[in-house]
Design a protein around this ligand. Structure first.
Ligand SMILES: Cc1ncc(COP(=O)(O)O)c(C=O)c1O
Length: 388
């Protein structure tokens, strides 16, 4: 189906999520894309490819359906699916930077992204400068004129939910002759569409909200500029870290319900925020939907709602934070986020243990919740019990 409805206007988000990437199979009428478990394709005479399919690293119809769907949801022109979020990131960096170049990255980037730049790209000659993305002057100061080719943004960030202004950062990047890359994993395309705000590339760990069921690891890139798309396509095929057919199918199935899931994640997160804000064992709740959150105004401008991740600090210090994590039952103690099930974690000892002792260290009394889509009353009762 094209992205326009039969009346010519752009189809709504949920319609695109369900129909944009695939028309029912002409042979059988199958309404859901088959899992094309094939590595190669019969040619009708040498070079006579059917639909351009030659070999499944280069393209596979199940992956194509996913790539078209995510491009439609991000309001982009081309999408690319990878074996993981980090595979997408590495491919992008190889496609758009060169040795001797420089990128500006968030000073609170996802740890794996930071490790990619510091331990993989830097030894190959790509320099980086961390900057506070919520401070536009700090970003301007981090740019090396003539050298910086990319500004990398996550918004909201993990676990402190810092907000970066996509429109303002796109303008800063473009003034410097650089591109703005936005990791849209936490918001998902349902809540925020960075390309419509001037960003050049969107990155996803589709492992999170896009897949949404904690059953598949994957990544994606989406762009509007077709020249950039060609460079990414070349590197996707040359590096080969592509999404397999089964993983593509699972991710596609998840994307079809992204809109309804995100509404429920947000509803439940708002209930959790309200509950935590009134609890005496809680000293601070961090959520961009709260007026006191420093990024609230920007988040209100660029996000539809404020997402399913809630962080909070407990009055009783680190031991109490660990105890709460251990006592929770409906909230499962686990890393990752964005699935249907609620998760609880202690960033200081779990996802962010590697930054302990650095300026990126997170408070020891901090707890991060990935609020799932269970019955909200059960989530509140569980937190109440866990907080003692
Ligand atoms: C914001 C963000 N970006 C990228 C990644 C990396 O994605 P993956 O784990 O799918 O490689 C993650 C993983 O947690 C993430 O949270």
């Amino acid at each position: 189906m094209s992205e326009a409805s039969e009346h010519g206007q752009k189809a709504g988000f949920d319609t695109r999520a369900i129909h944009a990437g695939y028309d029912p199979d002409p042979t059988t009428g199958a309404v859901i894309p088959p899992i094309y478990a094939t590595s190669t394709y019969k040619q009708d005479g040498v070079g006579g490819m059917r639909g351009g399919y030659e070999y499944s690293r280069s393209a596979n119809p199940t992956r194509t359906a996913l790539e078209k769907t995510i491009a439609a949801l991000e309001d982009g022109e081309r999408g690319f699916a990878f074996a993981s979020g980090l595979a997408a990131e590495h491919t992008l960096v190889q496609a758009l930077t060169a040795p001797g170049g420089h990128v500006v990255i968030p000073d609170d980037a996802y740890g794996g992204t930071y490790r990619l730049f510091a331990k993989v790209e830097q030894p190959h000659g790509l320099a980086h400068t961390p900057a506070d993305m919520s401070d536009l002057d700090a970003v301007r100061a981090a740019i090396r004129p003539g050298e910086t080719s990319m500004i990398w943004l996550e918004t909201p960030t993990n676990p402190l939910l810092t907000i970066g202004d996509i429109e303002a950062l796109a303008a800063i990047a473009h003034d410097a002759g650089a591109r703005l890359v936005v990791d849209n994993t936490f918001a998902s395309p349902y809540l925020q569409q960075p390309l419509t705000l001037g960003a050049d590339v969107v990155v996803h760990s589709t492992t999170k909200y896009c897949g949404g069921h904690s059953d598949v690891v994957g990544g994606a890139l989406v762009v509007r500029d077709l020249e950039v798309a060609e460079r990414i396509a070349f590197h996707q095929n040359s590096i080969g870290a592509v999404a397999g057919a089964f993983d593509s199918w699972l991710t596609l199935r998840g994307l079809k319900t992204l809109g309804v899931r995100m509404e429920r994640h947000c509803d439940n997160a708002e209930r959790v925020v309200e509950f935590l804000a009134g609890h005496r064992a809680v000293s601070q709740v961090v959520y961009p939907g709260l007026e006191e959150h420093p990024g609230h105004a920007v988040a209100s401008r660029q996000m539809k709602r404020y997402g399913g991740i809630v962080s909070f600090r407990v009055a009783g210090g680190e031991q109490q934070a660990l105890d709460v994590c251990a006592r929770a039952e409906v909230f499962t103690l686990a890393e990752s986020l964005g699935g249907i099930e609620s998760l609880i974690e202690h960033p200081g000892r779990m996802t962010h243990a590697s930054v302990a002792g650095t300026e990126l260290e997170v408070p020891a009394d901090l707890i991060r919740l990935s609020v799932g889509i269970e019955t909200a009353d059960d989530l509140l009762a569980d937190l109440d019990r866990a907080l003692g």
